[in-house]
Design a protein around this ligand. Sequence first.
Ligand SMILES: [Zn+2]
Length: 322
Amino acid sequence: MKKWVLGLIGLLAAVGLIGYGVAAHNQQVARETASHRRAVQAASARQATSKRRAAAKAQAAKAQAAKQAAAKQQAAKQQAAAVTAQPLPQGTNHAATAAAYAHPAQAVHDTMFSRFDPAQPKVVYLTFDDGPNLTMTPKILAVLQAAKVPATFFVIGQQIGASTAPMLRAEYDAGHAIGLHSFTHTYGFEINGDAAATARELNQTLAAVRSVLGPGFATQAWRYPGGHMSWHHLQAPDAVIAQAGMSWIDWNAASGDALGASSPTTVPAMLAYHEQSIHAYGDHNSTVVLMHDAPDKTTTLAALPQIIAYYQQHGYQFGVIE
Ligand SMILES: [Zn+2]
């Protein structure tokens, strides 16, 4: 064979080998690509699964929260339904059943600081400011119901709405009384002795309560945010209150739940504070106890049965402020 023929054969063989090699390589690449694709697919499937799991978990948590909220709402409704619905008030701030233990605000105001008369009964007025709300109001109502004692709720107008209306109604139906505690609970009108702002705060709150308890609702009881004792220059606001046929009511006993950082944080500490406060103000025929109906006043809620027991054991009658 000629040399060139051999060369050609060799060349062809080489090309063939290379071709085979390339094909084999391509196959390898294809296999690798496929396995890479499978790996990516598997990874993304895993990711999708964990995403689905996280979503399901979030969904479950959401459902749980919704369930809890529904249960809470249900409990509030049951609380509201636990007492018989009363006919709406006609010129008063309490149901007719409460008339037996309701005392005019002016009389309470006057006897809170006057000399103790042993011939007259001792009456305690439990008062709760800053409600209504869905968290604490039903719990306070439950404690009062269990102890079978009445109280007076000084409500904030802007807290009264569709969701809290059943709480206000429950207070009323259970034989408690409703006083006004301003619409916004801001202190501007007191700091400035602003008569117009006082009238606005009073009328808006009265309108809010009437939207729930009807136009026949009327109350003589007003409590200034922070209490009358905290402010100077209240001559003009006081005149507005008096003109509306109301008396302002402070307190001469307290659970100490509005002292911020220095509020008692345990039940024994709160009971000690409460007893101390009674002695600090001296003996009077009317004892008005300041407490708060707000979601964070859990110590007050926990101490409430024993605060009630104190007055039961010391011969007090329980009254509401008309
Ligand atoms: Zn308040």
